[in-house]
Design a protein around this ligand. Structure first.
Ligand code: HEM
Length: 455
């Protein structure tokens, strides 16, 4: 490893292949290793491996042998990282580097802290209030268009809604043809993050993703002078005004990289988590009723916006959203790369090794979460939470890289719940259980068939 003065490593070499031979596990199939098995069923795959090899084991994915570190203690070690042993930059680089380079999650230590501080202005109460206005308007308008009394696919509908909201609350724009092009570019970039062919050869997903990135760089770069001149309350305008500690404005390439990354980080995670929430409410009508009553307690007129001051009053909604993310965490696994040798559970793991923790596995450990498949938001009351390991629930990660958009996510989920449950009831056909594709970000393969009825 080579260090810069800011603590950011310039390069990290993976250890020689045999260096992980003492870690329980195997190398899987020739060439592909375990990549296809993980893509097909990440939860079942890791559970089988834990049974066979234990909570620390090696797996070969995307052409490299990695070490899985599982359970709350592993989460704490890797996320808190007091020794600065783990690089997020080189952990995420394999998946994100070509498509979302230099986003906040792709920076380490002092440099990361500097950028995180600059970005944090966009998540303070003032800007959040103005995003909430856009969320209210966009969510109410879309939900009013969703059909009643016949089956609809929820996932594509909420994905479209989240894209609309990105256009307004993130970019301050109107939903028009240019936004469709922005959406297309984003969809291509996100799809390329887990493309098995990593070189942007013509006709590949990676090529489409790289082209999408070029489009977005051009799009944001052209708009920065305008956003700086005009001002505005959207997230992009906030970043255009944000400054480093010395008071100078964020550079144009930094705004472009942070903005692309923020949109990516927010988009599929919100789409996935709200889909999980709606699914759980559809199969647990008693909880749907309880949340509707809670929303009713706000005494809002049918289409009245949710106010910022109301957010804390939707406590049960928050518990239900947490429980949906426990069962189906939007980021099922989190990678890092070891910058120096370290020890965990009696295993010595060498510098350079790719390591990962697994929220999906941790959130279903039966000794931590009795009856893990059962939807029970009361697991998240203060009392229940106090008696659990604080790294047993990690949908937003933890430590220095903990999701910067966490409050935005709760706000959007509550705003959605207010307009959705305040106007419709959601049901699914008896016995229907959609098949979830869990990686890289969970989604129901058939789009989740639901029926809405006006209330
Ligand atoms: C339910 C929705 C969301 C979930 C589950 C989620 C999850 C996560 C997780 C697990 C991490 C940490 C990854 C790591 O440690 O390597 C993270 C980081 C991040 N998230 Fe989120 N996220 C969500 C929504 C959002 C939103 C709405 C935004 C922006 C508005 C956002 C922006 C970010 C950024 C910028 C980081 C990097 C933080 C850093 O490196 O300091 N996320 N998110």
């Amino acid at each position: 490893m080579t260090d810069t003065p800011g603590g950011q490593a310039e390069t990290v070499q993976p250890p020689p292949r045999g260096a992980l031979a003492h870690i329980p596990g195997d190398e899987g199939w020739p060439l592909v290793g375990h990549t296809l098995s993980i893509l097909a069923d990440p939860k079942g795959f890791v559970e089988r491996r834990v049974e066979r090899y234990g909570l620390v084991h090696r797996t070969r994915v995307f052409g490299e042998t990695n070490v899985a570190l599982l359970g709350p203690n592993a989460n704490e070690l890797m996320l808190l990282d007091p020794q600065k042993n783990f690089s997020s930059t080189f952990g995420w680089a394999t998946i994100l580097d070509r498509l979302f380079p230099r986003g906040l999650m792709l920076r380490d230590f002092d440099e990361h802290r500097l950028h995180r501080r600059a970005l944090s202005v966009a998540f303070k109460a003032g800007p959040m209030k103005s995003y909430l206005e856009e969320l209210n308007a966009g969510i109410a308008a879309r939900i009013a268009q969703w059909p009643h009394g016949r089956e609809m696919q929820f996932y594509p509908a909420i994905k479209q809604l989240t894209l609309d909201l990105a256009a307004t609350s993130f970019l301050g724009g109107q939903i028009g043809p240019e936004m469709q092009a922005v959406n297309r570019a984003f969809i291509d970039m996100i799809a390329a993050t887990v493309a098995p062919i990593r070189t942007p050869l013509p006709g590949t997903k990676m090529r489409r993703g790289v082209n999408g990135r070029a489009f977005m760089v051009d799009y944001f770069t052209r708009r920065i002078p305008l956003a700086r001149a005009q001002g505005g309350d959207d997230l992009f305008s906030q970043l255009c005004r944000a400054s480093y500690e010395d008071g100078s404005l964020l550079s144009v390439p930094d705004i472009v990289d942070h903005m692309s990354f923020l949109m990516m980080a927010a988009h599929d995670t919100l789409t996935s988590s709200i889909t999980s929430l709606v699914y759980q409410l559809a199969i647990n009508p008693e909880w749907q009723k309880r949340l509707r009553e809670e929303i009713g307690g706000l005494s809002l007129a049918p289409h009245e916006p949710l106010r910022f001051e109301n957010l804390d009053r939707l406590a049960l909604t928050e518990l239900a959203f947490k429980e949906a993310m426990r069962i189906t965490p939007p980021v099922p696994s989190i990678p890092r790369r070891a910058l120096r040798d370290f020890e965990f559970n009696g295993f010595r793991i060498p510098a350079g090794a790719g390591v990962n923790i697994n929220p999906l596995f941790t959130h279903h450990m039966p000794d931590v979460w009795p009856e893990p498949a059962r939807f029970d938001p009361m697991r998240f009351t203060d009392e229940a939470t106090r008696s659990r390991h604080r790294f047993a629930f990690v949908p937003f990660g933890g430590g220095a890289h903990m999701c910067i958009g966490l409050n935005f996510a709760y706000m959007q989920a509550k705003c959605f719940a207010r307009h959705f449950l305040g106007n419709v009831a959601v049901s699914i056909e008896r016995g229907y259980r959609p098949d979830w594709q869990m990686w890289p970000i969970p989604k129901p393969r058939d789009g989740l068939k639901v029926t809405l009825t006006a209330i």
